[in-house]
Structure formats: structure tokens, C-alpha cells
Design a binder for this molecule. Structure first.
Ligand code: ZN
Ligand code: FE
Length: 253
């Protein structure tokens, strides 16, 4: 799968995906029309589908103009069909949808919004997770409960370790500050923070990441870590309690 990262707005990433076998194409979360239209025109591409992870404006604002110009079909979560502009194909939790010859598995991950989903390209081992998981962070809880967000983040964590993760925003540098504050003795994190600094100083993306990377460095996937629990004075709490504490601390960090 050929995945092109398209920076949009101030810190969003949209993705233009091309299946080299079937030649099918899709856009994941078109944050705006202009940046995507430029990319499509410059590369003389056609668009078959738009895939939306959730209904927020910074993930769907390109939907209607792109659909009108390129006659593509819009794919989203069935229970959010009233909030996804121009939706044509509705998918359910755990449903498999064929993109060309590739199976995409849909996972419902409520928390950031009630109708948030992520798309797992099982054969290519890539996942588009929207605003559920970020590199070194996770999405804010806007509509669901903190408990729901924990379970949703755990669903992403359960993907195979080598899975390549594409998320909706470039928040990695600021997320890193929070991780370091509560996980200061993590050497892998320290190394990652230096990589991030180098990349961002050249204005390069820190995305994609991998599940393995995130398990080693993203504090929200490390709620079972002894050192972190000690730093929070939550040695005897459950993972979910640690997660909720971290999410609330991050809300005001
Ligand atoms: Zn969002
Ligand atoms: Fe967003």
C-alpha cells in the first residue's frame, strides 16, 4: 500500500492511499479540500473513496467538495451517518470492507467521539487511527467516558506490534513533554524525543509510528509500568485508574 501523508490546516494529516495492485485510491480524513486537490491534480490521480474516522470538521471538511469534483464514495461508521457529510457506504464495528483486493477491518473506538472508528488494513499491517491514538499521546475525551477511551486505546494497543500507525495530528513534540515528565527514566523514550526534535527542526513529520514504538514510549500504553505508577503514587491501582489519572493530568498539562 502506498500511503502519502498530506499536511493540512495547522497540524492535521490527511492521507492519500494508493493500492498498487488494484490501482484503487482512497483519502483518509480529508481535513480540507485545497491541499488534497493540489496533490491529486499534481499527480494526475483519481479518487475512488474517502474514509472518515470521525465527524470532526478537521477530518471531514474536504468531503463534499472532493466528492463533487472526483465522484468518489464516502465511507464511515453506520451509527454516525447523520454526522458524516456525504456518506455513501456505512460500516459496522468489526465489519470487513474490501478496498480493491485488501481487507479493511473496522473497529469502533468511542471516547474522543461516540462514533469514532479506526481502519485496519490487515494484510498491509497499517492502521489509520484518527484522533484515538497519537504518537506519544491519545485523543481528548469529548463525547465518551474516560473508561470508554481506555478500552478504545487498548483496542489499538492489541494490534500486531509491527503495525504502522497513521494518526490525525502532528502533536508528537508536545506529547513528548508530558511522557518525559512522568516516565523520566525511559531510555527508549529519551532516544525518541531526540529523533522528534531532529525531525521537527527540519519541519518533517514524526508520523507514521508503530505499535511497538508506542508501547515502548507512549505513556498511555504503559499504564502497567511500575516506575510510572510510582511517579503517580498509584502503585496499587488498576491500569484503567492509571490511564484516567494520566488523561486528566494531560488535559491540564
Ligand atoms: Zn477529532
Ligand atoms: Fe482532529
Amino acid at each position: 500500500m502506498n500511503v502519502n501523508l498530506i499536511p493540512c490546516l495547522s497540524d492535521n494529516y490527511s492521507y492519500f492511499v494508493i493500492d498498487p495492485d488494484s490501482k484503487k485510491t482512497c483519502i483518509v480524513d480529508p481535513a480540507e479540500f485545497g491541499a488534497l486537490d493540489n496533490f491529486i491534480t499534481k499527480n494526475k490521480l483519481t479518487v475512488d473513496y474517502i474514509l472518515n474516522t470521525h465527524h470532526h470538521a478537521d477530518h471531514v471538511d474536504g468531503n463534499l467538495q472532493l466528492k463533487e469534483k472526483y465522484k468518489c464514495k464516502i465511507v464511515g461508521f453506520e451509527k454516525d451517518k447523520s454526522r458524516i457529510p456525504g456518506i455513501d457506504i456505512t460500516l459496522k464495528d468489526q465489519e470487513t470492507w474490501m478496498f480493491g483486493n485488501e481487507e479493511i477491518k473496522i473497529h469502533h473506538v468511542p471516547g474522543h467521539t461516540m462514533g469514532h472508528i479506526f481502519f485496519h488494513f490487515t494484510k498491509s499491517k497499517i492502521a489509520f487511527v484518527g484522533d484515538t491514538l497519537f504518537s506519544l499521546g491519545c485523543g481528548r475525551v469529548f463525547e465518551g467516558s474516560y473508561e470508554e477511551m481506555f478500552h478504545s486505546v487498548m483496542k489499538v494497543k492489541k494490534l500486531p506490534a509491527e503495525t504502522i500507525i497513521y494518526c490525525g495530528h502532528e502533536y508528537t513534540a508536545s506529547n513528548a513533554k508530558f511522557c518525559i515528565a512522568y516516565d523520566p527514566s525511559n531510555k527508549t523514550l529519551e532516544k525518541r524525543v531526540n529523533e522528534i526534535k531532529t525531525l521537527r527542526s527540519k519541519n518533517l513529520p514524526t508520523i507514521p509510528t508503530t505499535i511497538k514504538n508506542e508501547i515502548d514510549t507512549n505513556i498511555f500504553l504503559r499504564c502497567d509500568n511500575r516506575e510510572i505508577r510510582k511517579n503517580l503514587s498509584l502503585e496499587n491501582s488498576s491500569d484503567i485508574e492509571v490511564f484516567i489519572k494520566l488523561r486528566k493530568l494531560k488535559d491540564n498539562f
